[in-house]
Ligand binder design. Sequence first.
Ligand code: BGC
Length: 738
Amino acid sequence: MRPLCTSATASTVLLTAALASAQALTWDQAYERATSDLSLLSQEEKVGIVTGVRWQGGPCVGNTYAPESIPYPSLCLQDGPLSVRFANPVTVFPAGINAGATWDRELIRARGAAMSAQAKGLGVNVQLGPGLGALGKIPSAGRNWEGFSSDPYLAGIATGEAIHGMQGSGVQACAKHFILNEQEHNRETISSIADDRTMHELYLWPFYDAVKANVASVMCSYNKVNGSWACENEEILNGLLKGELGFRGYVVSDWNAQHSTVLSANTGLDMTMPGSDFNTPPGSIYWGDNLASAIASGSVPQARLDNMVTRILASWYLTGQDQDHPPVAFSSWNGGAASVNVTTAAHGDLARTIARDSIVLLKNRNQTLPLGTPASLAVIGSDAIVNPNGANACSDRGCNVGTLAQGWGSGTAEYPYLVAPLSAIQEKLAGTGTNIVTSTTDDAASGAQAAAAAETAIVFITSDSGEGYITVEGHVGDRNDLDPWHNGNALVQAVAQTNTPTIVVIHSVGAVILETILAQPNVVAIVWAGLPGQESGHALTDVLFGDVSPSGKLPYTIGKSEEDYGTAWTTALVDNFAEGLFIDYRHFDHAGIEPRYEFGFGLSYTTFQYTTLATAVNVVAGPTTGDTIVGGPEDLFAIIGTISAYIHNNGSATGAEVAQLYLGYPYSVPSTPPKQLRGFSKINLLPGESSQAIFELRRRDISYWDVVTQKWVVPTGTFQVYVGSSSRDIRLTGSFTV
Ligand code: BGC
């Protein structure tokens, strides 16, 4: 095998460039300025700052009224979590789920920084991401791909990194959607009911990271939580978010998720978007003049409006937007052509690096991959080429035609270009003499014909999902099942039955059931490439042809059947979250179900050996102490110990390993998942090289939520320590006792 270059080296230069500078001010400084502005504002101006100007009333998907008394703009709020929606040109980065699959803190931060550098250049004040709810308890749920992982720890680390990157670039991040917004069906009517411990240990967990990272805004979701709309819910807004988590930014409604004038104001909503109510009567609004009247009549205290405005102005100062923030340079409603070009070659390279390092190699019999230069290669499937009508032919990417590199809905952006797998393969093999045979439809007979004429075949299959306002091929946002679309199983079967060694590449929003495909003896390799964004083909060929070793790891579990997950979307109007803490691998472990590919799994072109587990934990059992600061109780994030291990590359290729730490809680904590991710470290190693993986434990990482005392508590007893290459490939075990 030819030597492989390191995945880290290629990105060092752009990482240095992309890493965000520190945030402009502290919260206290920002509040000081906001408070002094407050006295200059009229009541009408205050109301305007908290009220959207109505849908399509300004250039962005959300806009507020600009006051005249202070130099504060009409705020521009724009989607989304992977780029700037409706504007062009922009760089379309890999989706959140791919960022999560890299398990690479630096890359995730760099992605946030680059995305928001572009957003800032376009005049965006608030970029509506990252996505951290849906967390992904339901594998078929439509919007999981916008977020990072169905594990709260991985999602939380990624959320913190993304926000630091985004806000370091001078744009306000918006953590969304708060909270328990786990499916698209009935998202605007369903009531999600999670028990207190599940709420804290799973769904609220990554929001702690968001607040800890000083997130400027949080978007309350469409659904009800415990029977009350999320955007007028005392318990979650004033209670959890502003109370327990010490959130100092502002709560903005999801678009038309507000249902009242007074209740929403008094329970903690700070900004309404887009300012119009689509429902009854059309164009009516809850705030604006109605808020002013509610204050005049005493139903909403003046102090509440002042607090909303202070939070919003403080967030603007916090991110330095009073200093030369550019004007809005595009309109969402006329094709989005920007008057400035904010894209850079380095951002394109970064998109490629992230896409490449997120690729998860699931199967690789007899080292089929990396490919050399075969005499002939069949490239099969409609996912190998760009949609013949253009990469952006379907609005908000609401179709699955041509190669899949984003899901659909508000979390998408317009491709400046899209490198399809086939064109990248052609580019890679140009001049090598390899005969490339193609069948770029999903027709099984034609795929088989192409495969029969080649030494090796690559079959591309997809599975798509998105936001429920668009239905694609009968999928109302959420997927109807976890099978490949377009008869992908039949296509792979037909190709493999020609006896040509078959490599399957999956572009999907999440887990796909692979049993039919794995039953084909000629399927020799399987690659999950997720939703890679504009550099899709290049990232794929970097891995397929061995320029880098694959280093992505699954940020969710691939089961043998959909039923094995124990969760599915419902058409009922209440979801009781009956599975509690047991979602994804927590459920598979607890129920003793063998997954097909477990959480954290991913092969490399090299192999790694784990040695020398060391555990040093020094903590006193009991509840957190101290005041609530931004991010929760003062000592929640305190480092209380370190666990480490040596990782040795004992194979023959350079590669990166994601060493993972899981903890098993003491028996004194009832009904806890057998293993929970509590650390990871991605380490790039040359053949023969070793390095230490160090996992820092924070107090929260060994705490559980005690529903009686309403505190995070470190239990007494013995914790089991599992360090390994996946949630089931545990290489070292140990323990520590508190
Ligand atoms: C989505 C949000 C999005 C907003 C604005 C809503 O439908 O749920 O995630 O930010 O629209 O486009």
